[in-house]
Design a protein around this ligand. Structure first.
Ligand code: UTP
Length: 296
């Protein structure tokens, strides 16, 4: 029998140092792509996938995340009174409600790593496998975590990680999978290596920020010593359990933007601007001013 994926964990407690000084007062996960904060894309993806409980692992200094995520009745009432019912309705449908959504905010008091952040959700998860979504990995398209949950529920058990092919010189920025077999979207793996050099990389299949993990991940996280950068690494715990529960990679269909980096967030903004008639015109004006693109 296949277990269903009922919980999504959003680790959002990191320091966001690559975006300082912006992230001194604004959490990285609330940085907008045009007018939509990164966390909103992640919530919508989880909601579309039909998960029951959403757990945000956050930090006391990032209370703006909770304020953003939850419904703001006072703001909506003011918008209604000012004759902006459409905007009020849009805010309501984007938000989570304490009376109709199953939402938990768990605290990670120290940024001890992504694996540690996921571990901080352990007492709040519903039974069975869990989905993990990193909001700074923006994946536009058909709902990556929904595709992965559907594939996972067919495959049955183990760990499933989102993967995409990266350029050989980029393997040292990612966890890299060691592929044993598979065609199409689902690849069987026998392990993964964290940030290998070009020479050591077993493939070009990089792990990006969507996971569906067997519930035993919490046992492996509890026994994980600090890894790269002195942090408890999620990839180490996945690799530790891979031999026991199985590991697959999932080639998702959407387009991924690394919004944990300035270039990635900028690219995502340009991508969405190109789809908005008013902003696309601005892009045209800017490129006309810059003249023909230089050959690379
Ligand atoms: P990153 O490593 O990209 O985020 O983690 P960061 O550490 O906040 O950013 P930089 O590198 O300093 O700029 C990916 C996701 O994991 C969360 C982050 O909030 C982000 O959503 N995270 C990371 C935690 O929740 N806790 C941690 O200890 C580390």
């Amino acid at each position: 029998m296949t277990a269903s994926v009922r919980t999504a964990i959003f680790p959002v407690a990191g320091l966001g140092t690559r975006f300082l000084p912006a992230t001194k007062a604004t959490p990285k996960e609330l940085l907008p792509v045009i007018d939509t904060p990164l966390i909103q894309f992640a919530i919508d993806e989880a909601r579309d996938a039909g998960v029951e409980r959403m757990i945000f692992v956050t930090h006391p200094s990032k209370s703006a995340i909770e304020r953003y995520v939850m419904d703001d009745v006072r703001l909506r009432t003011e918008l209604q009174a000012k004759g902006k019912p459409k905007l009020a309705a849009e805010l309501l449908s984007a938000s989570l409600s304490p009376t109709s959504d199953d939402v938990v905010f768990a605290m990670q008091d120290e940024p001890l790593g992504l694996g540690h952040a996921v571990l901080c959700a352990q007492y709040h998860v519903l039974p069975g496998p869990v989905a993990v979504i990193l909001p700074d990995d923006l994946i536009l398209g058909r709902g990556c975590i929904g595709e992965m949950i559907a594939a996972y529920e067919k495959a049955g058990r183990g760990h499933l990680v989102a993967t995409m092919t990266v350029a050989p010189e980029e393997t040292d920025k990612y966890g890299i999978l060691s592929v044993t077999s598979g065609t199409g979207a689902l690849l069987r793996e026998n392990g993964m290596v964290e940030k290998p050099s070009l020479k050591e990389a077993p493939s070009n299949d990089a792990v990006v920020g969507r996971y569906v993990l067997d519930g035993s991940i919490f046992d492996d996280l509890r026994s994980q010593p600090p890894g790269a950068g002195g942090e408890i690494q999620l990839t180490d715990a996945i690799a530790a359990g891979a031999g026991r529960v199985g590991l697959c990679g999932y080639r998702f269909s959407g387009t991924r933007f690394d919004c944990g980096s300035k270039a990635g967030l900028f690219r995502a903004s340009l991508h969405l601007a190109g789809q908005d008639p008013e902003l696309a015109q601005v892009l045209d004006e800017v490129s006309a001013r810059r003249g023909p693109a230089k050959a690379a």
